[in-house]
Design a binder for this molecule. Structure first.
Ligand code: NAD
Length: 288
């Protein structure tokens, strides 16, 4: 494939930026892929494994002359990073981010950016429970959704160019409004992570009673269901702190449903349980 951007600067060199570096370089989608991460150890590892053409010791150097800058740091760090790089951005640069929350990232980033750059927020719906510069791989985005939440005044051409890049990395691209994104993701990703973390906490209580049995006899349900509870604590702390309203809304609804089922179990209402599971099974089977 031919290069879509000249110089892509990845800020934060973890799972998502690392996967982008692999995909961009393998597919030849940028003439140059450069990077920066705050931690010296991450920069050292990134250099050792040859993740980028160049890894810089400052974000300013990394973004200079870039025509695409990708912010791939935890959601709570986006604003400070934007402030740091803003004076060094070339006119006409596109800036995107990969944060799991969109409204708060827009509020934190947008005020720092000069008017002559194009900010197009985004979120790849792809990930694993692993993190750091060694965790990335080129096929992470293949056949996964990559949502863009362009601002009302985002010009069409830079948006189309970014859509071209994410689809060339193998993703399916869709656009939506930031608030809607945050509500949808609270249901499909954020609340499930919180519930998985909680379930591991409950198992830990029980482990103190049953010694090692919870781990030893960990059935597929527990293993499958709690895999995501091994995800990065900093990233998830930031997601909940920055998608507060939508997550609390969904958790409120979740608690109501849970109480309904709890009551049905207490009352021995098999019909209600059966009806509920029949309905939810049919919904779940419709999700590939
Ligand atoms: P990660 O922990 O693997 O990597 C984050 C990187 O950012 C690390 O290299 C860290 O050194 C660096 N960093 C942290 N603070 C920084 C700062 N102030 N300046 C510069 N670098 C800094 O995380 P990840 O999974 O790649 O997540 C990155 C972003 O992508 C997050 O906003 C997250 O919400 C989003 N995201 C994650 C997933 C997922 O499943 N992991 C999926 C989609 C989107």
């Amino acid at each position: 494939m031919s290069a879509i951007y000249d110089r892509v600067a990845l800020i934060g060199l973890g799972l998502i930026a690392g996967s982008m570096a692999h995909a961009l370089r393998e597919k030849g989608l940028a003439r140059e892929v450069v990077g920066y991460a705050r931690s010296e150890e991450t920069r050292k590892t990134a250099r050792e494994i040859g993740l980028c053409d160049t890894v810089y010791d400052s974000a300013a150097e990394a973004v200079a002359k870039a025509d695409l800058v990708v912010l791939a740091v935890p959601v709570g760090a986006m604003g400070a990073v934007a402030q740091d790089i803003a004076p060094h951005l070339a006119k006409g640069t596109t800036i995107t981010d990969v944060g799991s929350v969109k409204q708060s990232v827009i509020e934190a980033v947008q005020p720092h950016l000069p008017e002559d750059v194009h900010f197009i927020p985004g979120h790849p719906l792809a990930g694993t429970e692993h993190s750091g510069p060694r965790a990335g791989f080129a096929s992470l985005f293949e056949n996964r959704w990559w949502l863009l939440t362009p601002l009302p005044d985002s010009p069409a051409a830079p948006v189309e160019k970014l859509v071209g890049l994410v689809t060339a990395m193998g993703a399916k691209c869709d656009r939506m409004e930031a608030a809607h994104h945050d509500l949808v993701l609270a249901v499909t990703s954020h609340a499930p992570h919180l519930i998985a973390y909680t379930m591991v906490g409950v198992a830990d209580h029980l482990r103190r009673v049953t010694d090692e049995e919870v781990i030893q006899y960990s059935a597929a349900g527990f293993r499958d269901f709690t895999r995501i509870a091994a995800s990065d604590p900093t990233m998830w702390r930031d997601v909940f702190l920055h998608n507060k309203e939508a997550t609390l809304d969904i958790l409120g609804r979740f608690t109501e449903e849970l109480f309904t089922l709890q009551r049905a179990i207490r009352m021995g209402d098999g019909q209600q349980l059966h009806d509920y599971f029949t309905r939810t099974r049919s919904i779940r089977r419709g999700i590939i």
